[in-house]
Design a binder for this molecule. Structure first.
Ligand code: ADP
Ligand code: MG
Length: 346
């Protein structure tokens, strides 16, 4: 969906790969890295013959490219067209490739108290995060931000009647950047399961889902340190689990010494500035993706409520003062590279 600093992603993949490699028997593992959604997506299939693995991977590649086209928030395509039509606040025939994103998002937006808000596409564009030409150099005018916040676009402004849909609010512009990667990963894991693959992991720049095991051990992954090179912790991933992280280091610019990143608080219109990184675990990758974003926005005061309402047991939030806030369940599983200086267990 978004152009990301590919080198950083690659570095992270290499760290994760190195740790996987150390405990693998190469002939039994098939690994391939694809560049889609502006992100490196690494697919690792275990215990599969070469021919089948190549087939499965080319299926995944085609599918991911199709989703990138269908769900891209600003390139011309089905979602771009949907956004043009929504702005007219009249009935139109919904595009079948966009409808599932809307339907999945309704519940997630509600559960997150609208902190996951995929209707704020205009705000994201205003901040300059809808561009292939690099990032903005300064924040947009406060007045323009205020207007978009007051217009209060919500996914619930969209009404669907059979195949027809319309928006009741002209400010609604859809951007599924906080969830689409998760939904895509869920779909690809379902696809590879349908191909008889039992053991695999799909890792899109540190956001991932695994099935089965890595030989006789569980899949093991690293969580990127939000402020240093390398990983802050490692984790064993169980069969069918997704691990998603949202961080303020993914896409940002600095202006007058302050960081302005790509995760916006829909209540203020500004980047959410209380968290620097949030990691969650959940079986459903779309839920995990939206929850990591929403919990990030919620910050150290409100995250427990949002996690509870979204049904997330495993949460680690690092706040702007580097305090680690972690659920008991997550703390029992995570292995820190170095013990955190400040940690609160809930
Ligand atoms: P990443 O994909 O970089 O891991 P996220 O999953 O947190 O990060 O998604 C961030 C993206 O989601 C932004 O680039 C933007 O397109 C969109 N976005 C930003 N803030 C919100 C929000 N509060 N609700 C929904 N989408 C958001
Ligand atoms: Mg997300």
């Amino acid at each position: 969906m978004k152009a990301k600093p590919v080198l950083v992603k690659l570095a992270l993949l290499l760290i994760v790969s190195a740790s996987l490699q150390a405990c693998s028997q190469p002939p039994r593992e098939h690994r391939e890295t694809l560049l889609v959604f502006g992100t490196l997506v690494e697919i690792t299939l275990y215990d599969l013959d070469e021919k089948k693995a190549t087939e499965v991977i080319s299926g995944i590649r085609e599918d991911l490219n199709a989703m990138n086209f269908m769900w891209h928030p600003w390139e011309p395509g089905p979602l771009g067209r949907t956004n043009e039509l929504l702005a007219m606040t009249r009935w139109f025939s919904g595009n079948p490739s966009v409808m599932p994103l809307i339907e999945r998002s309704r519940k997630l937006a509600k559960q997150s108290h609208n902190l996951y808000n995929p209707a704020i596409g205009k705000l994201i564009a205003l901040w300059g995060y809808h561009s292939n030409k690099g990032l903005a150099s300064r924040p947009p005018p406060a007045e323009e931000i205020r207007k978009l916040v007051e217009a209060n676009p919500q996914i619930s402004d969209i009404v669907v009647d059979g195949i027809r849909m319309k928006s009741n609010n002209p400010a609604v512009q859809l951007d599924f950047g906080a969830m689409a990667k998760g939904l895509a990963i869920d779909r690809e894991i379902d696809f590879i399961k349908s191909q008889g693959v039992k053991n695999a992991i799909i890792n899109a720049g540190g956001d991932l889902k695994a099935i089965g095991k890595h030989g006789d051990r569980p899949w093991r992954i690293g969580i990127r340190h939000p402020r240093k090179d390398g990983v802050i912790a490692a984790l064993n991933v169980n069969d069918g689990e997704s691990v998603f992280t949202s961080g303020d280091y993914e896409r940002f610019f600095e202006y007058q010494g302050k960081r302005y990143h790509h995760i916006l608080d829909p209540r203020t219109g500004y980047p959410a500035d209380q968290s620097i990184s949030v990691t969650v675990i959940h079986p459903d990758a779309a839920t995990a993706d939206a929850a990591a974003t929403a919990i990030f926005v919620a910050g150290p005061q409100q995250w427990q409520q949002i996690a509870k309402d979204m049904g997330i047991r495993y949460v680690m939030l690092i706040d702007k003062d580097n305090t680690v806030h972690i659920t008991r369940a997550m703390n029992a599983r995570i292995e820190f590279t170095e013990p955190p200086e400040k940690i609160r267990i809930y």
